[in-house]
Design a protein around this ligand. Structure first.
Ligand code: ATP
Ligand code: MG
Length: 360
């Protein structure tokens, strides 16, 4: 058996280090030498602590667990120091070395260099962060695009009036235009602030929120785009509903996106109906159900499963600014609120988005 076992140890990819009951190294295979940079002759007879110089030896020594506490196996990750003082992250499996009659002779440690795994893990975390950052940047662009377009239109109007001369006659128009520009600029500010707040937190700032208030404020933000498109707004439901657990700013983003989509689906005007109701027995309501319906173009069957995908848009025309991010942001926000969103649509007739949010 001896040559067989020696061959086995020599060819193993994992480092094998066997210590006796005094923690002295009695076996140190080839892979252990490659990983640590020590030759077997340099370490045989020394204690494992002297060789690995790992902080783990003080806090969570495998030897203590296996020999003193009698565990049958112990898996850990640690950092050894190589001969030239390089830190080497390793994953270790340790188990007792027993004789035929069960007497404990020492401990076997099999360890693997996981430098590459660790590097990949760090890279993954970094790229995930970058992806989120990218999504967020796109989100910011999306939310500020509309007011910026508005401001630009009014700047063009102002310039045109200036070119036409006769300042006295147009002074009152100037005031009107500047007021709109001021309001839209403030809206950009609010949006970026909202999104910045959103990006700073991992978790939304969840507190009791009156959903009707969120809807009112979202409608206020969209007042002009709705009336310009001849969209009438109908609201149904009790004024006093139980509060939901939510982040006001994020929920506002949800409704702004849904109302915007509805308005865009009704270029010739139509009705936007918002219904709110509590689900469950009075006094013990568990969900608030909100439905947002429009009498617009509807969504073709083949698109229904795609509309929540990031970057899916049918508003890709020259004039259009659709990025296809609205509904993916909506879905992400509803999910972080432990809610649900669904959609029903009849082509050429109507579309209804229904949201359920848990009550306080
Ligand atoms: N109320 C609706 N009626 C008809 N189609 C809709 C409605 N809401 C969404 N859609 C469809 O779903 C697609 C995706 O919507 P989403 O809000 O994610 O992106 P978008 O509106 O195209 O662009 P963005 O919101 O980024 O400006 C839309 O392009 C449209 O085809
Ligand atoms: Mg949209």
């Amino acid at each position: 058996m001896r040559p067989f076992i020696e061959g086995l140890l020599r060819n193993m990819q994992g480092g094998v280090c066997v210590v006796d009951n005094e923690k002295r190294i009695i076996v140190f295979n080839k892979a252990a030498q490659w990983i640590t940079g020590y030759c077997a002759d340099e370490v045989l007879g020394k204690t494992c602590r002297e060789v690995s110089r790992s902080p783990l030896c003080d806090s969570a020594c495998s030897f203590d667990k296996i020999i003193k506490k009698g565990l049958s196996r112990c898996n850990t990750e640690a950092e050894y120091l190589s001969k030239d003082d390089r830190p080497i992250p390793v994953s270790i499996t340790a188990f007792p070395l027993k004789s035929h009659n069960g007497e404990i002779l020492g401990m076997v440690e099999i360890f693997r260099d996981i430098t590459e795994v660790k590097t990949l893990q760090t890279q993954l975390v970094q790229s995930e962060r970058l992806a989120i950052l990218g999504q967020l940047a796109a989100g910011v662009a999306h939310e500020i695009n509309n007011p910026i377009n508005g401001i630009l239109t009014y700047i063009k109007l102002l310039l045109k009036k200036l070119e036409q001369g006769n300042l006295a006659a147009t002074a009152s128009k100037f005031k009107e235009y500047l007021t709109v520009m001021e309001r839209e600029t403030k809206r950009v500010g609010r949006t970026t602030q909202n999104l910045l707040d959103f990006s700073r937190r991992d978790e939304p700032d969840i507190r009791p929120v009156q959903i009707n208030e969120v809807i009112e404020q979202s409608l206020m933000l969209l007042g002009d785009p709705l009336s310009v498109r001849n969209v009438t707004v109908t609201k149904e439901g009790k004024a006093a509903l139980p509060e939901v657990m939510g982040d006001f700013g994020q929920l506002q983003q949800v409704f702004v996106n849904l109302f915007m989509n509805a308005a865009q689906a009704m270029p010739k005007g139509g009705n936007l109906k918002i219904k709110t109701a509590a689900e469950g027995t009075p006094g013990r309501e568990c969900f608030i159900k909100i439905s947002v319906s429009d009498t617009g173009c509807g969504i073709p069957k083949e698109n229904i499963t795609k509309i929540f995908d990031p970057f899916f848009t049918t508003k890709g025309g020259k004039e259009s600014t659709g990025l296809g991010l609205g509904l993916s942001i909506v879905q992400r926000i509803i999910r972080t609120h432990h809610g649900h969103i669904s959609v029903k649509s009849t082509i050429g007739k109507e579309t209804t988005f229904t949201i359920e949010l848990p009550t306080v």
